[in-house]
Design a protein around this ligand. Structure first.
Ligand SMILES: [Zn+2]
Length: 437
C-alpha cells in the first residue's frame, strides 16, 4: 500500500515538470572555440526534470521560441558556456596558515559525512562563479566526492558536473611522511599501491566506488613509480574506459609520466621546456595549478613567481594543451571558493597568455580533459544546458569573469542578476530512485 502511494505520488509530481523549455536571448554570444562574439542569438534549452538532464535544442539568431517557454532576457550580457576547474579538492578547505599542520590534519581527520557536506558547500560556491565542471582529484575521505557527484546527478542539490577520482593512489605513504606508530594515518586519504596487484586492486576499488578518473601520486616518495608501473595504471584504467591524471613534483617523475602516456600532468613545479615539448607532441594536458602571486598566506618568492609565469608561457608557446586548474583547497578570508578560483586568471594574464586562449583553457580544453565533449560544454544543439553570462566581454578583458551574473546548470537557473537562487534545484530534482554509479 505504501509502495503504491509512493509510486502514485511520483507519477503525479514528475509528469507536470517534464520538458521545461527555456529560451535565452543572448545579446552577445561568446564562442570560446572560435574566439569570437555573435550578436543577438537565441538558445533554446529543454530540461527533463524526471531524469535530471537537459538538452540544447537550438542556437541561432532566428531560433524559434516554443510556446510556453520561459524567456530569459540576457540581451545586454555576454553569454558563454560554463567554466572548468580541472584540479581541485572539494572535500578540503584548510585554513589560511599552510605552515600549520594542525589545521591541515584536522581537515584530513574529519569524518567523510562532514567532508561530503563541505564538498557540497564548496561545489555550490564554485558553481556560483560559473564553474559548471570540476575535476575533484582526491582527499575526500571515503568517497565524499562520489557522494556529491551522485547527489548532483540525482538532482538533490545544485553543483558542478563532477569528474571525481576517489582516493589518490600512491606508493607507500601516499603524500604523507608517516611515523611507524601511525602508519594508518595515510588511509583513507591515500591508497598505498606498491606492487602490480596492489595497483590493479586500488584502481578497481576506486572505480567500483564511483571514481571517474584515476589520480596517481607519481613521485611523492623517494621511490617514484617506474614507467612500467605507470603504464599498468594507464592500461588498467583504460580497461574501464578511464584516464589517469598524475600528480608530479620531480622532473624524473614528470618524464616517466609522459613516457607512460598519462592523460594529464598536474602541478607545474617540475615541468621545463623539454618536457613541454614532449607533452605537446603527445597531446598530454598540463594542469599546472598556477597559484598567483598575492594570495594571503600563499605568497611565492619572486623567483618562483617569475618561473611559474615563464613556464606557463613556454607551455603555451609549445602548444601544450593547457587547462585551468587551481588546487585552491584552502580558505582565504573575504573570498568564497569560486572567487578564489577565479583569482588564478591573474597568473595567466601576467604570463601573457591571450584572453582567447585563457578562455579556451577554462572551457574547450576543460571539456576535453573532463571527457565531456559529447555531452556538455559548448553551446551546441544536443549538448546539456550549462550556460553562464557576464556583464562584459571576456575576450577583451578576461577579468570580466570575476563578475558572473548568470548561471544555468542543466537547464535550471542557479544564479540570476548576480544572485544565487537555487531553490528550484531542491524542488525540481528527480528525488526518487535515479541512482547513478
Ligand atoms: Zn591537488
Amino acid at each position: 500500500m505504501r509502495i503504491l502511494s509512493v509510486a502514485l505520488l511520483l507519477i503525479l509530481t514528475a509528469v507536470p515538470a517534464l520538458g521545461q523549455v527555456s529560451a535565452i536571448r543572448a545579446g552577445f554570444l561568446v564562442d570560446p572555440e572560435a574566439g569570437t562574439v555573435l550578436r543577438d542569438q537565441v538558445i533554446v534549452i529543454e530540461r527533463d526534470a524526471e531524469r535530471g538532464t537537459s538538452e540544447i535544442l537550438a542556437v541561432g539568431p532566428n531560433a524559434a521560441i516554443p510556446a510556453g517557454a520561459e524567456v530569459i532576457d540576457l540581451s545586454d550580457h555576454y553569454v558563454m558556456p560554463g567554466l572548468v576547474d580541472s584540479h581541485d579538492h572539494l572535500g578540503i578547505t584548510y585554513k589560511a596558515d599552510p605552515e600549520d599542520w594542525y589545521y591541515y590534519f584536522t581537515v584530513i581527520m574529519d569524518s567523510t559525512p562532514l567532508r561530503a557536506i563541505q564538498s557540497f558547500s564548496t561545489g555550490f560556491q564554485k558553481l556560483s562563479s560559473g564553474f559548471t565542471i570540476v575535476r575533484d582529484l582526491g582527499n575526500n575521505g571515503l568517497y565524499a566526492d562520489t557522494a556529491l557527484r551522485q547527489a548532483i546527478e540525482m538532482g538533490w542539490v545544485p553543483g558542478p558536473t563532477m569528474i571525481n577520482s576517489g582516493i589518490i593512489i600512491g606508493a607507500f605513504g601516499g603524500q604523507f611522511y608517516e611515523t611507524p606508530e601511525r602508519e594508518d594515518v595515510v588511509y583513507p586519504e591515500y591508497l598505498n599501491a606498491d606492487t602490480p596487484d596492489e595497483i590493479v586492486k586500488a584502481i578497481r576499488r576506486n572505480i567500483h566506488y564511483g571514481a571517474k578518473v584515476i589520480k596517481v601520486c607519481v613521485d611523492c616518495q623517494a621511490y617514484p613509480y617506474t614507467v612500467e608501473q605507470l603504464k599498468l595504471f594507464v592500461s588498467e584504467a583504460a580497461n574501464a574506459g578511464q584516464k589517469v591524471s598524475g600528480h608530479v613534483q620531480t622532473r624524473e617523475g614528470a618524464r616517466r609520466a609522459i613516457e607512460a602516456g598519462l592523460w594529464s600532468l598536474d602541478h607545474d613545479n617540475a615541468l621545463d621546456p623539454e618536457l613541454h615539448a614532449m607533452m605537446a607532441e603527445r597531446d598530454i594536458f598540463r594542469a599546472g595549478t598556477e597559484t598567483p602571486q598575492g594570495i594571503p598566506g600563499r605568497e611565492l618568492s619572486e623567483s618562483r613567481w617569475e618561473r611559474r609565469k615563464a613556464s606557463l608561457r613556454d607551455a603555451w608557446e609549445k602548444g601544450v594543451p593547457l587547462v585551468f586548474s587551481t588546487d585552491a583547497d584552502y580558505f582565504i578570508p573575504g573570498l568564497d571558493r569560486g572567487e578564489l578560483s577565479i583569482e588564478f586568471i591573474k597568473t595567466w594574464e601576467e604570463a601573457g597568455i591571450p584572453n582567447a586562449d585563457i578562455l579556451r583553457a577554462m572551457t574547450v580544453n576543460g571539456y576535453r580533459i573532463s571527457e565531456t565533449t559529447e555531452t556538455r560544454g559548448l553551446l551546441k544543439p544536443g549538448l546539456a544546458g550549462d550556460v553562464i553570462a557576464l556583464a562584459a566581454n571576456p575576450l577583451e578583458d578576461i577579468n570580466a569573469l570575476r563578475d558572473v551574473r548568470f548561471v544555468m546548470k542543466d537547464g535550471m537557473v542557479f544564479k540570476r542578476d548576480g544572485i544565487v537562487m537555487p531553490m528550484d534545484f531542491f524542488h525540481n530534482g528527480p528525488a526518487y530512485g535515479w541512482r547513478k554509479r
